[in-house]
Design a protein around this ligand. Structure first.
Ligand SMILES: *Cc1c(COP(=O)(O)O)cnc(C)c1O
Length: 458
């Protein structure tokens, strides 16, 4: 069968407000050409992020009704803990309101000023939380990571030679933990292989350094291993996920991704001493350790979502649909990060719009045009987000890549929505030479992409 069908039926619908191009032009002006400032109801297909945007299943909604809101010792916590332990296997499980809260607690307890934390690639909140405790966040991806057009089955891998060099250079005593982000979100949702996890673990063991996983998209990573790594084709995704976690000493998790919920996260560790300190901090800022900033019903929804995301019919559908989107535009000459990622397609806007200089934001220009053309909201991941201004010279240096991310929310859009997105991208691609860059008229001193005001170049 060639037709991709959703392995679920629709029980509740959310109407989409359709808009005209004239209306969208108006909304763009009102939002100062910043897609974060649009009212979401004026977006037809929202591919800004897969975080917290999942549709919940009938099982999750019924679990929500079982939510027990006791302050301490809620049965909802124990169901949540059991579901997490079943897959992740760690001894201590602490709920948090989302992934970044788990990060803040982990790094506050484990790092000191001058510590160094290696990661395949830090996600932006992870990096910010490492730097907040005055530690240094070091990215060690393999070289292929920076080559958008190069195909590699596990482009999210960590460069293990670079890890050894870093340890030799700064000394193992300055490295309180090594992290691996699965999948590697910041550059294409690319997977990390089991062999790489094992190799990183072996290096960590040699130097007595704990290994943590940033586990946000653990199910997608496990499915990539099943599809691409020798020896895993006959294993279930759950077995593969368990093996991934068996090499780690703990993890941080945003349940807003592969937990299939709208809010929540958790922190895990096998180290009881650390867990005690982490629980003390949890009580200070999140809540009692059996709810950690979440309602009992949220814990119930996560308990179910973590199991549902491992359904292989679902993962097969998700990967097939995202791959279909990627192939259809790439085969028509739209440059994307190859191969397509587990949760998103990333268009290489620098290659698609070579006439727009990096500091006139080709990614922003493309994202705006997709909204104007078809009401599709995507996310610039380029110089708007990551350009760096030298504090001494004041010279602005562009980001390493100019990308536009089309992130696919879990179970929200159907295959005909995907066809509509393909059509819109190809229409914009046809008149790519006519696109113009943008300049920033007003910006905040950090995380400027959320609030900056833009104006089109003449
Ligand atoms: C989303 C995300 C986080 C942060 O989680 P939040 O729930 O948004 O705080 C951390 N790491 C990765 C890889 C993520 O994708």
């Amino acid at each position: 069968m060639k037709t991709i069908i959703e392995p679920f039926r629709v029980k509740v619908v959310e109407p989409i407000k359709m808009t005209t191009r004239e209306e969208r032009e108006q909304y763009l002006k009102q939002a100062f050409y910043n897609l974060f400032l649009l009212h979401a109801e004026n977006v037809i297909i929202d591919l800004l992020t897969d975080s917290g945007t999942a549709a919940m299943s009938s099982k999750q909604w019924s679990a929500i009704m079982q939510g027990d809101e006791s302050y301490a010792g809620s049965p909802s916590f124990y169901r949540f803990e059991e579901s997490v332990r079943d897959i992740f296997g760690f001894r201590n499980v602490m709920p948090t309101h989302q992934g970044r809260a788990a990060e803040r607690i982990l790094f506050s307890v484990m790092c000191r000023p001058g510590s160094v934390v290696p990661n395949n690639t830090h996600f932006d909140t992870t990096r910010a939380n490492v730097e907040y405790v005055k530690a240094e966040a070091v990215d060690l991806p393999i070289p292929e990571f920076y080559q958008p057009a190069t195909w590699h089955p596990f482009k999210g891998n960590m460069d293990t030679d670079a890890l050894r060099e870093l340890i030799a250079r700064v000394g193992p005593e300055r490295i309180p933990l090594v992290m691996l982000t699965v999948t590697n979100n910041s550059g294409g949702g690319q997977p990390v292989s089991m062999a790489n996890i094992r190799e990183v673990k072996a290096i960590c063991t040699e130097y007595g350094i704990p290994l943590y996983l940033d586990a946000c998209r653990f199910a997608e990573n496990a499915y990539f291993i099943k599809l691409r790594e020798e020896g895993y084709a006959d294993k279930s995704v759950k077995e593969i996920a368990r093996e991934m976690f068996s090499y780690a000493d703990g993890c941080t998790m945003s349940a807003k991704k592969d937990g299939l919920v709208n809010i929540g996260g958790f922190l895990c560790t096998n180290n009881d001493l650390l867990a005690q300190q982490e629980k003390d901090l949890l009580i200070l800022t999140e809540g009692f350790p059996t709810y950690g900033g979440l309602a009992g019903r949220d814990l119930e929804a996560i308990a179910v979502g973590l199991q549902e995301v491992l359904h292989e019919d679902y993962l097969n559908y998700r990967f097939t649909s995202i791959n279909y989107l990627g192939r259809h535009i790439a085969d028509q000459g739209v440059p994307i990060i190859e191969p397509p990622g587990g949760h998103a397609i990333y268009i290489d806007a620098a290659a698609m719009l070579p006439h727009i200089p990096a500091l006139q934001f080709p990614g922003q220009a493309l994202a705006i045009e997709l909204y104007r053309e078809a009401g599709i909201r995507s996310c610039e991941i380029g110089s708007v987000m990551y350009a760096h201004t030298d504090p001494e010279t004041g010279v602005e240096k562009p980001a390493a890549m100019e990308l536009v991310r089309l992130a696919i929310p879990h179970r929200v859009y159907t295959q005909s929505h995907i066809d509509y997105v393909i059509e819109a991208i190809l229409q914009v691609a046809k008149r790519r030479e006519s696109l113009r860059g943008y300049r920033i008229e007003k910006q905040a001193p950090f995380l400027r992409h959320f609030t900056a005001r833009f104006a089109p170049m003449k």
